[in-house]
Structures are given as structure tokens and as C-alpha cells.
Write a protein of this length. Structure first.
Ligand code: B12
Ligand code: SF4
Ligand code: SF4
Length: 364
């Protein structure tokens, strides 16, 4: 069965697969609990630890797991240009979740024809720890930036796997932690918001990737660190020596779609957003989150020509948009910004009022 799976996955163009039958991660219980105590967890994780640590809770008949890694970012050159927002290379082209799901579905169907199986496919979609599962199967090891790094493909790899109800013989689990980074600490020093901590850990709530996706309040002091990010952050991977051969490789892929016009994003309708960006992985949080990030990016890039447009957003229905538009205006034109906020203050209540007061106090 193992040889059949290897051969079929090659034919389907899956670059690398692995196998594991470790279905229990109780050994990470303490680590995960500690992480929660340090407030390093986030709303994109399931907070019921038993669901995260036990594959059988998610798929009771599971006996083994076929893992797969899908490389991306070949030849990607990171460009910062004025007046544009930046989308992470993980959101290039069609949504990777769907592409990978479809490939794994084809593989699972082929296995099913060979030897009937019940299965479940996961691509960033289960409460389980994708990296730990893939690490145990030999796909790679953790870097200090917490990403799973494969010796050949680097860390620009998406992870997916098939949980199945059949035992696969001769599985070699990879339990040892190999230190790939050694003395390097480039990612730690390059991280824009100091989010990479000890023991391959990320203070998620400082991570720019998180900040571009969360619907929660973004602290004022973190906003300048977001630069022109609209979705995700690639900095700790771009600087990583384990990826240099990937980003330096020749490619005919045109990554220019990852630079987006800020003015367009601030004025875009839901319908236009879905048509233009709905197929990408980064669109999952919806238009208003990208618009909020564009408003922050405009201030960070000193796009004074967008002042009026952003000022108009103080009348937006969304409290979230008003809050960041107010900050952006104060950064772009402090003198007039103060007068505008003062004049609007009496019409506002609750969070918006509080934020305007805070901005007038902090940024005046
Ligand atoms: C929540 C989440 C985020 C959060 C938090 C990320 C984080 N570092 O924890 C945010 C929004 C910040 C995020 C960002 C990104 N994410 Co994300 N994310 C997830 C998600 C849904 C859960 C991750 C999680 O549970 N983290 C909590 C920690 C505890 O678990 P862990 O990182 O998986 O594994 C740790 C433990 O196992 C621990 N560990 C293991 N053994 C031991 C032993 C000891 C002794 C100790 C101390 C610790 C320890 O170390 C591991 C590394 O921290 C996964 C999908 C999934 N279901 O797993 C994708 C996932 C991790 N994300 C992914 C990607 C691509 C990204 C981004 C690159 C996207 C982008 N360009 O913006 C960034 C990278 C940021 C970064 N440096 O991590 C990929 C990572 C692929 C890879 N090569 O590693 C995943 C696996 C999705 C997928 N299936 O492809 N993500
Ligand atoms: S994704 Fe960006 S903010 Fe997050 S840890 Fe990496 S460099 Fe830091
Ligand atoms: S930049 Fe250096 S420390 Fe960071 S993950 Fe890459 S090799 Fe490890």
C-alpha cells in the first residue's frame, strides 16, 4: 500500500509525501497550556486542547496519516513600492486550500479503488496541529520562526494530509527534533514586530500576519509595524537562508498581482472585491479587513493624496473602519485631523468615541 501511494502521488504531481501513525500529542499538552498562559494563542486555533491533541477525537477510526507538502514562492522577489499594499505570497493565484484539497482527494480516491478506505482530508482546516503531524512524518523540522522547514523546499511549503482508517506498514516516525537553524537568528532580528520568541515560539498577537487577519482591536503601537501589509507577512521566510535557493530560482510566474492599489482597496465594493480577490486564500476574512489594512498602510506610507478619501470613511457604517480611519487621518495630517476628530466626537459613542479621545490625547 505504501509503495502504491508513493507512486500515485508522484503521478499526481505531489512533490513530497510522508507517513505517520502518531495520533496522540499529549506530549505537547504542557507546551500548549503554557502558550495560552502567555497569551500567545489566537482565535484561529481551537481552544479545546483535547481536540487539538488527539486525532481520534476528530476522526475516530483513524489508524494512520499520509502527509504532503506543497512548495510555493519559487522565484518570488519581495518588492516594496510606494502607494501600494502587499499581499503575502501564500495568497498568490488560486486559494491553496482548494488546490491541495482537490489533489489529496484524487489521491484518496485512487487509494480507495486499490484498497477501500474511509478518510478525511485536512488542509489548514482541522483543529489538529498540521505542523506537528507533518514533522512526525518526516516532512521537515521547525525553524526558529516556528515554520516547518524541508531541506529541499525550505519553509515555503503548505501542508496537507489524509487521515485514514487503514494501517500502513513500515512507518518510520520522526520524533527527534533536528536543529536546522543552529546559530542563525536572522528571522528573529528581521521580524517587524518582534514576534519571534524563544523555543520556536511566536507571540501570535504581535505577528503581522495575525494583525492583518484579526477582527480584534489592533493596538496603536503595532499599527506602524504593519507597514503596507494587506494580508499575511512573509518577512521571516524571505530572509531565511533555508529559502534563498527558492526565492532566487528562475521563474516565469508574474507575482505583480501581490501589489495592490490602496486607493482601489479603500473604495472597493463587496461585489468588486469578490470578483477580483475572491479566488485567493487571503480573501477569507472579507473586504472590510483588507480595507482596514489599506487605511493603515496609507498612513504608514504617508499617502497624503488619500487624506480626503480616508476622511470620508469617518462616516462609514462600520465602527472598525472609523477607528482606523481616525488614526490614519491623525498620522497623515495631524493639525486638520485633530479638528476633524473633535468635530465628529459629539456624534460618536462607545468604542469609536473612546478611540477618538485616545487618539486626541496620544497623538496631539
Ligand atoms: C493559528 C495559525 C496561524 C497564527 C499563529 C501562527 C503560529 N506560529 O502559531 C498566525 C495567524 C500568526 C499564522 C501565520 C502564518 N501562518 Co498559519 N496557521 C495557523 C494554524 C491554523 C494553527 C497553528 C497553531 O496551532 N499554532 C500553535 C502552535 C503551538 O502549534 P504549531 O506552530 O503548529 O507547532 C508548534 C508545536 O508543535 C511546538 N513543538 C513541537 N514540539 C515541541 C517540543 C518542544 C520541547 C517545544 C518547546 C515545542 C514543540 O513547536 C511548533 C512550532 O511553534 C495552522 C494550521 C493548523 N491547523 O495547524 C496554520 C499554519 C501553521 N500556517 C501556515 C502558514 C503558511 C502561515 C504564514 C506563513 C502565512 C503568511 N504568510 O502570513 C504565517 C507564518 C507566521 C509564523 N511565523 O508562524 C502553515 C505553515 C506551513 C509551514 N511550513 O510551517 C500552516 C501549517 C497551514 C498549512 N496547513 O499549511 N498562522
Ligand atoms: S510572519 Fe512576519 S510578523 Fe509574523 S513572525 Fe514572521 S516576520 Fe514576524
Ligand atoms: S532565518 Fe535562520 S533562525 Fe530563522 S528559521 Fe531560518 S535558519 Fe532558522
Amino acid at each position: 500500500m505504501k509503495e502504491f501511494i508513493k507512486e500515485r502521488s508522484k503521478r499526481l504531481g505531489i512533490d513530497l509525501i510522508g507517513f505517520t501513525d502518531i495520533l496522540q500529542f499529549a506530549y505537547l499538552n504542557k507546551y500548549l497550556k503554557n502558550r495560552i498562559l502567555k497569551n500567545y494563542d489566537c482565535e484561529f486555533e481551537n481552544n479545546d486542547l483535547s481536540k487539538r491533541l488527539n486525532v481520534k477525537e476528530y476522526f475516530p477510526s483513524c489508524k494512520s496519516i499520509i502527509t504532503a507538502c506543497f512548495p510555493y514562492a519559487k522565484g518570488y522577489k519581495y518588492k516594496r513600492s510606494n502607494n501600494t499594499g502587499l499581499i503575502s505570497v501564500s495568497s498568490f493565484g488560486n486559494d491553496y486550500h482548494k488546490k491541495i484539497y482537490n489533489k489529496l482527494e484524487l489521491l484518496a480516491e485512487e487509494i480507495n479503488n486499490y484498497n477501500q478506505i474511509n478518510y478525511k482530508i485536512c488542509v489548514d482546516t482541522s483543529p489538529l496541529l498540521d505542523r506537528e503531524i507533518c514533522k512526525n512524518s518526516g516532512i521537515g523540522n521547525y525553524g526558529k520562526n516556528s515554520l516547518l522547514i524541508n531541506e529541499k523546499y525550505g519553509s515555503f511549503i503548505f501542508l496537507g494530509y489524509i487521515l485514514l482508517d487503514k494501517k500502513i506498514d513500515n512507518i518510520r516516525n520522526h520524533l527527534e527534533n533536528v536543529d536546522l537553524c543552529k546559530d542563525c537568528s536572522i528571522c528573529i532580528n528581521s521580524c517587524p514586530n518582534n514576534a519571534i520568541k524563544e523555543n520556536n515560539e511566536i507571540d501570535t498577537k504581535r505577528c503581522i500576519s495575525y494583525l492583518t487577519q484579526t477582527k480584534d482591536y489592533i493596538p496603536i503601537e503595532y499599527r506602524p509595524k504593519m507597514g503596507n501589509s494587506i494580508y499575511g507577512c512573509d518577512v521571516c521566510q524571505i530572509v531565511c537562508p533555508k529559502n534563498s535557493h527558492i526565492v532566487e530560482a528562475d521563474t516565469n510566474l508574474d507575482y505583480s498581482d501581490l501589489s495592490v492599489d490602496l486607493k482601489e482597496l479603500i473604495t472597493i465594493t463587496n461585489k468588486q472585491f469578490n470578483i477580483k480577490y475572491g479566488h485567493t486564500a487571503g480573501s477569507w476574512r472579507g473586504k472590510n479587513i483588507w480595507k482596514r489594512n489599506a487605511i493603515i498602510a496609507a498612513a504608514n506610507q504617508e499617502c497624503t493624496e488619500l487624506k480626503q478619501l480616508i476622511s470620508n470613511e469617518l462616516d462609514n457604517q462600520s465602527q472598525m473602519i472609523k477607528i482606523y480611519a481616525a488614526w490614519s487621518i491623525m498620522k497623515l495630517d495631524r493639525k486638520n485631523g485633530k479638528d476633524i476628530l473633535k468635530s465628529k466626537l459629539k456624534y460618536e459613542e462607545n468604542n469609536v468615541k473612546k478611540e477618538y479621545e485616545l487618539l486626541l490625547e496620544k497623538l496631539s
